[in-house]
Design a binder for this molecule. Structure first.
Ligand code: 0WD
Length: 260
């Protein structure tokens, strides 16, 4: 059986620019034949919108909508549009995260309550909100995919509050998989990607050192690309992965198995 996503509707969140992991995922889903809906984080001057619109135009998305996950009305509007225009959702890509830059460097115990809430709200709770809104629209065998990082289970320097957000995100994957599986065979999984240079990762203190460390120590002696993460997402989204749910799949060149 070949990887074929023709006729599948895929909502992709988290494209900020051409380095975004979500951009790698959108390209691979498109190549496999999926019909795309893209959401972008709106800003006052509309710069993100223009940039993301231009970047994604070659993939001919049938929907292009603003969605700040801190704005419940905007999230509801996205799903109302999905309901009226697509009628059903086959693939949901949650590929966004945020923490205050001050909370991504130095001592973890300095994390503020406000910084804690912000990181958890945007990076973790948003997956649950998206799944709740998508639940009535999921097709039989639909696939939900989120992005996580090794900092969820190990004390990676400077990852700090984002490590907690990812640990809770991985737990959310298990609870959502348990809830959504029985009725319609909806699968929920996370991809744990190795470090990649993006807008979000540049906020994490010492990210370049971490990338060099992976290049020296990972079994494949390199970091992974957005395209490699995209290929794994396309696989997880497809019937080829029909028996996989509630898992965290590592796409990290094998780094997480090393004793280093
Ligand atoms: O090394 C890496 N880059 C790794 C990233 C390793 C392992 C996992 N990840 C995860 C991230 O934690 C995140 O969950 O992959 C996901 C995508 O991250 P990315 O591709 O590294 O980062 P980026 O290209 O910046 O995309 C994340 C985007 C935001 O960009 P900025 O940098 O402007 O915050 O998430 C979006 C936004 O487009 N975003 C939001 N979207 C809706 N509502 C919000 C929000 N409130 N906040 C951020």
């Amino acid at each position: 059986m070949l990887l074929d996503l023709n006729g599948k509707n895929a909502l992709v969140t988290g494209i900020a620019n051409n380095r975004s992991i979500a951009w790698g995922i959108a390209q691979q889903l498109h190549q496999a034949g999926a019909n795309l809906g893209i959401t972008y984080l709106p800003d006052e001057k509309g710069r993100f919108e223009a940039k993301v619109r231009e970047l994604t135009a070659p993939l001919s998305p049938s929907l292009f909508l603003p969605m700040d996950v801190q704005d419940p009305a905007q999230m509801e509007a996205v799903f109302q549009t999905l309901a009226s225009q697509w009628h059903q959702l086959d693939i949901l890509i949650h590929c966004l995260a945020f923490a205050n830059k001050a909370d991504l460097v130095g001592d973890f115990s300095n994390t503020t309550a406000e910084g804690f809430r912000t990181a958890m709200d945007i990076s973790t709770y948003s997956l649950t909100s998206l799944c709740r809104l998508a639940k009535p629209l999921f097709s039989e065998g639909a696939s939900v995919i989120t992005l996580t990082y090794l900092g969820a289970e190990r004390a990676v320097p400077n990852y700090n509050i984002m490590g907690l957000a990812k640990a809770a995100l991985e737990a959310s994957v298990r609870y959502l998989a348990a809830e959504l599986g029985p009725e319609k065979q909806v699968r929920v999984n996370a991809i744990s990607a190795g470090p990649i240079r993006t807008l979000a990762s540049s906020a994490v203190g010492g990210i370049l050192q971490m990338i060099h460390h992976v290049e020296e120590k990972a079994p494949l002696r390199r970091t992974v690309t957005q395209q490699e993460v995209g290929n794994t997402a396309a696989f997880l989204a497809s019937p080829l992965a029909s028996g996989i749910s509630g898992q965290v799949l590592y796409v990290d060149g094998g780094y997480c198995i090393t004793g280093l």
